[in-house]
Ligand binder design. Structure first.
Ligand SMILES: [Zn+2]
Length: 485
């Protein structure tokens, strides 16, 4: 009987901390050996000429989120899984919604069942939009005990945003429970004010979505999010940083030792205000929040990535079709920007774009790429070393990558549920030729071959990286975290 179920042989194995030519032995879905030569395997995949990367970890993506009135967004866990595998991603952290006036436990149970129908290994952030006594004291602790170890808050968006007092309450509870808080940082009142003024002046086309939310509203909210987290002594991750002035707020806090991390996304190094200003209604295809910026800003974001200020690159996949009754045009092709669904698809495009724009163009190293797209998100979310690493004992999640392959991105290649990609026609160098999830080849040459219902829930226990520092102003700590977790 063979010693291994699978051997991946002869590839350049990139661990994020160096690359060596070696073989990987897999047994029962886990990496059990890394050696110069492995021969004793039931099945072998020859990876000569390919990079062997840890499967991508996408720690910010929206999949099949149910809506208050029934229905859910277009991307189901099955279609999202296909899209993720097509792009070399094997694990995700997505969002359990909370609707104002509702609890979270029922949503958790429903969302677990939805996610179980897909093929991706998955964990969740719990969105908090209504932090009432019942929700925060009874339901959230229950959800956290199930292994949902991050709470997501929005400082903007009409049905979701928290005011400062509510945000402080979430921070305090997260500290008590040992959770990370992830934050969408834009100023709610400022965007509303500017939106009303723009519409009053008849400036309603998609491009004015960006005018309603310039970098200053992101910078202000980033500063405030960090300041309040520092006051409470609660670690946070700032989501989807789009501009240097917001990233500078993170860098300053990091220099003080504050536990704040910054994430960015492929759209903030590729899409621009010119895209959202394409003729007719076409600009709607590029509408996301924060809004696409400028080429100059892209260069600054790369600089903040190189400095380590931004250390995670997620997709923020949030897919709406262009056509159809759930699409961008659901309120008509002359809808004002305020009434156009906000978000863009990006699952399959994430790794190829960052590899191509980053590694192939010499902006970052291969080690940086692996850490930004897999190891760092896994570590920050408490999924490592099971995910995000090529190491003995880790799940055998791998992307076999052809670094020289040139591909023109098309919607068909993305394999998601929606009818467009904002990256249509973009040329990339570097492409995944196979994706392996827990030792099973789930994508080969673009063909996804995984059974629905095989994705696993990844419960997250307490972990050290997000432990509060124990530093508060004047030493006054109204709610100390448990001493030992
Ligand atoms: Zn998002």
């Amino acid at each position: 009987m063979a010693g291994y179920d699978l051997a991946v042989r002869g590839g350049q194995v990139a661990t994020g901390f160096g690359t060596t030519r070696c073989d990987i032995g897999v047994k029962d879905g886990r990496i059990v050996a890394i050696a110069e030569r492995i021969t004793d395997a039931a099945r072998a995949i020859e990876a000569d000429g390919l990079l062997v990367l840890p499967g991508g970890v996408d720690s910010h993506c929206h999949i099949e989120e149910p809506q208050p009135g029934g229905g859910a967004n277009e991307e189901t866990f099955a279609t999202a899984s296909a899209a993720a595998f097509a792009g070399g991603t094997t694990s995700v952290v997505c969002f359990i919604p909370q609707w104002k006036g509702h609890g979270v436990w029922e949503r958790y149970v429903d969302y677990r069942a939805r996610a179980a129908r897909g093929m991706l290994d998955h964990s969740f952030h719990q969105i908090i939009s209504d932090p009432t006594d019942a929700v925060m004291e009874q339901e959230v602790p229950r959800v956290v005990a199930e292994g949902v170890r991050s709470l997501k808050v929005f400082l903007t968006y009409e049905p979701l945003h928290l005011d400062d007092a509510q945000y402080l309450r979430v921070l305090t509870k997260a500290r008590e429970l040992g959770c990370l808080v992830t934050v969408h940082c834009e100023n709610y009142a400022a965007i509303n004010w500017r939106t009303a003024e723009l519409l009053k002046h008849g400036m309603a086309a998609p491009k004015y979505h960006a005018w309603a939310r310039p970098p200053v509203v992101e910078r202000e909210a980033t500063h405030r999010a960090i300041a309040l987290a520092e006051l409470v002594d609660q670690p946070i991750q700032v989501f989807h940083v789009s501009c240097a002035e917001a990233a500078e707020e993170i860098a300053r806090a990091q220099a003080r030792g504050v536990k704040v991390w910054g994430e960015t996304c492929p759209q903030y190094v590729t899409l621009t205000a010119a895209d959202i200003d394409r003729p007719g209604f076409e600009g709607a295809k590029f509408m996301c929040s924060p809004a696409p910026r400028t080429r100059e800003e892209h260069a600054r974001i790369w600089e903040m990535i190189r400095r380590g200020t931004l250390d995670v690159i997620s997709s923020d996949h949030c897919a709406f079709s262009y056509e159809g009754d759930r699409g961008k045009r659901q309120n008509g092709a002359d809808a004002v920007f305020r009434d156009i669904p906000n978000g863009i698809p990006g699952f399959a495009a994430r790794l190829p774009i960052i590899f191509s724009e980053g590694v192939s163009k010499g902006r970052i190293s291969l080690d940086d790429f692996v850490r930004l797209t897999s190891t760092n998100p896994a570590r920050l979310m408490g999924l490592a070393p099971r995910k995000g690493m090529i190491a003995v004992g880790a799940d055998a999640d791998l992307a076999l990558w052809d670094p020289a392959k040139k591909v023109t991105l098309t919607n068909a290649l993305m394999q998601h549920a929606v009818d467009y990609t904002p990256y249509e026609g973009m040329e990339v160098t570097g492409w995944p030729v196979a994706t392996i999830r827990r030792g099973e080849v789930v994508m080969r040459d673009g063909k996804v071959q995984a059974e629905p219902g095989t994705g696993r829930f990844l419960p997250r226990g307490p972990y050290d990286l997000i432990r509060p520092r124990g530093i508060t102003p004047d030493g006054f700590d109204p709610a100390p975290p448990p001493a030992v977790r």
